[in-house]
Design a protein around this ligand. Structure first.
Ligand SMILES: [Zn+2]
Ligand SMILES: [Zn+2]
Length: 84
């Protein structure tokens, strides 16, 4: 029985589960593949403007705020792609 939904659009199919370890413990974010890919392209650090693709190219973050704003992609503990 699986009743998870995308945190952004409530789509229930094609989900990706992202587990992170934060200050308050483990957090789990559910995203559908569409939102995941969109977020990956559009997410930016609010302070320095660095994107995930910038980070992947250089391996460097621009500032401390990057760790907060981009943490979903910088710091995932486990990424599980739901079986289709
Ligand atoms: Zn979605
Ligand atoms: Zn930054």
């Amino acid at each position: 029985m699986n009743n998870h939904k995308c945190d952004l659009c409530s789509e229930a199919d094609d989900l990706i589960e992202i587990e992170q370890l934060g200050l308050e413990g483990k957090t789990i974010t559910w995203l559908c593949r569409k939102c995941y890919l969109k977020l990956r392209l559009t997410l930016k650090c609010k302070n320095c403007g660095i994107t995930i693709s910038d980070f992947e190219r250089t391996g460097l973050v621009g500032c401390a705020q990057c760790y907060d704003d981009l943490s979903l992609f910088l710091d995932p503990l486990i990424i599980k792609v739901q079986d289709l």
